[in-house]
Design a protein around this ligand. Structure first.
Ligand SMILES: C[S@@+](CC[C@H](N)C(=O)[O-])C[C@H]1O[C@@H](n2cnc3c(N)ncnc32)[C@H](O)[C@@H]1O
Length: 215
């Protein structure tokens, strides 16, 4: 089966978008808030860091990252979903150093060597491979020399050997692009764009990974 971008459900809309955070909490039986706090702590963000959040969603992650960058740092969320943007603005309104950019991450982005960290959470799996390459290229260009790219997403594993709840989630709830992402070597993808010095953190029994790589 040939994979096309039209098969993707990464552009979250309507009911799912309006209730996105609550749905994540529900699907994970209430574990999501603990997991995401841990994952964002594992990013190792320093006070004053400038962070680019690609496909930023509701702003939940931006608010958590704000605790680490504090007043001196800055977070720019890039997001195209209307419902997501609305929630992002509401959640982050009290922070003058969190900004939102309405732009596609799978097309050229205008940033050059500006960020200490580029973060992409549960977004990259939802693109066909040529678009993933554009997104990774955008991240590379946006990062300062020695800046870090952080991908929080599915790990790479043999889906056929995974327990049935994982197979069910990936093959029925997710779009077919997720299975394609899981099968590929994400580290190799990053390496071919010039990233190195990998660091990995695993969650949910090893099926979800935070992959950090340095420019
Ligand atoms: C699965 S959600 C993840 C949201 C957030 N990163 C999180 O972890 O909670 C995917 C997000 O990517 C956004 N998105 C999808 N395609 C995009 C694109 N081409 N450019 C920018 N944002 C995009 C969606 O609107 C949605 O908010």
């Amino acid at each position: 089966m040939e994979l096309t971008q039209e098969m993707s459900t990464v552009e979250v809309k309507g009911f799912e978008a309006k209730h996105y955070d609550r749905l994540m909490d529900l699907i994970t039986l209430g574990y999501y808030p603990f997991f995401i706090r841990k994952a964002i702590k594992d990013l190792g963000i320093q006070q004053g860091d400038k962070v680019l959040d690609m496909g930023a969603g509701t702003g939940r992650n931006a608010v958590l990252m704000r605790q680490f960058v504090q007043e001196r740092g800055e977070i720019i969320g890039v997001e195209i979903g209307e419902e997501m943007q609305e929630q992002f603005r509401r959640k982050t309104a009290q922070y003058s150093n969190i900004k939102l950019l309405n732009r596609r991450i799978d097309q050229f982005l205008p940033f050059k060597e500006e960020f200490d960290l580029v973060f992409i959470s549960f977004v990259l799996h939802g693109f066909i491979q040529p678009k993933r390459e554009i997104i990774i290229q955008n991240a590379y260009q946006a990062l300062k020399p020695s800046g870090r790219f952080a991908i929080l997403d599915y790990a790479n594993f043999d889906l056929d050997k995974a327990p049935w709840p994982v197979r069910l989630l990936v093959r029925t709830v997710e779009c077919p692009l997720a299975e394609d992402f899981i099968r590929r070597e994400t580290k190799q993808m990053l390496y071919s764009h010039g990233f190195s010095d990998f660091e990995e953190h695993y969650y949910f029994g090893g099926y979800i990974r935070l992959l950090l790589a340095r420019k």
